[in-house]
Every structure is written in structure tokens, then in C-alpha cells.
Design a protein around this ligand. Structure first.
Ligand code: 5GP
Length: 130
């Protein structure tokens, strides 16, 4: 069965899409640690990011860089923090999280609850900066 993230990339499950090409897809995390918290995935269904072949891993990171630069412009922050966990969803993904201080990256932080309109406005702003 396709992973939940494959189904999101295929448009079977709705998401707030930020960027896409033939190999990669970026969308807002539904339980964001900060406004603009984005997940970047390869469309190839691999659980562990370091099981990707070298070329795909490199391309994924370059794609994530493009998205991170757009997030920096769209969301006021000092920089975009990068995190890879994969403890919840078994489909490789990079978290891009706008941060102002170290503690903004703590997983124990309370997640934001945003309205649909706010998610859409953030996604649009990031898309506008890509
Ligand atoms: P991880 O696997 O890196 O530990 O965490 C998975 C991340 O994916 C979490 O931050 C969670 O909020 C996010 N997530 C899980 N399911 C969905 C979903 O259906 N849609 C979106 N947009 N994000 C999800």
C-alpha cells in the first residue's frame, strides 16, 4: 500500500503544496512547530533517507535548499532549521522549520493549530518566493 506521503504527492490526500517537480514534493506539516514548517519528500517511496541512492539524496537536498530559501523570504525568521526524524511516517522526509532560537527546534514544543485559510496563505507565500 502507498505511504500516506505518496498519497499526498499523488494528490489523493489533500495538502498545502509548496513545491513539486518530477522527483520531489514539498508541503506544509499539518502539526507545525512554526508557521512555514514544511516537509520535503522524494516521490520514490523509501522509508529511511540514507537508503536513497547518492544522486537522489543530493538532488533532494538541493530541492530542499530551494524551498528553504523561499521559506526564509516568506516567513520572518533568523534561518530555516533542518531536521530528519522519520519516527512517525515511514517515507523519507526533511523537516524545514523557520527558527529564531535553538529551542524552536525542540520536539517537545507545543505544535501550532492553524486554520485552513492560514495554512493556505503561508503555502501561497512560500510558492510566490520559489
Ligand atoms: P516524523 O516521521 O519525521 O517523526 O514526523 C512526521 C511528520 O509528518 C510530523 O511532523 C507530522 O505532523 C507530519 N504529518 C503526519 N501525517 C501528516 C499528514 O497527513 N499531512 C501532513 N501535512 N503532515 C503530516
Amino acid at each position: 500500500m502507498a505511504s500516506i506521503f505518496s498519497r499526498i504527492a499523488a494528490g489523493e490526500i489533500p495538502s498545502y503544496k509548496v513545491a513539486e517537480n518530477d522527483k520531489f514534493f514539498a508541503f506544509l506539516d499539518i502539526n507545525p512547530m512554526a508557521k512555514g514548517h514544511t516537509l520535503v519528500i522524494p516521490k520514490q517511496e523509501v522509508d529511511y533517507i540514507y537508503d536513497l541512492d547518492d544522486a537522489t539524496l543530493a538532488e533532494l537536498n538541493v530541492f530542499a535548499k530551494k524551498v528553504a530559501k523561499a521559506i526564509e523570504k516568506a516567513v520572518p525568521c533568523k534561518r530555516v532549521g533542518v531536521m530528519v526524524l522519520g519516527m512517525e511516517v515511514p517515507h523519507a522526509h526533511i523537516h524545514l522549520i523557520p527558527i529564531n532560537k535553538e529551542s524552536d527546534m525542540l520536539l517537545s514544543n507545543r505544535k501550532l493549530k492553524l486554520e485552513q485559510a492560514e495554512f493556505e496563505a503561508i503555502a501561497q507565500k512560500i510558492r510566490d518566493n520559489i
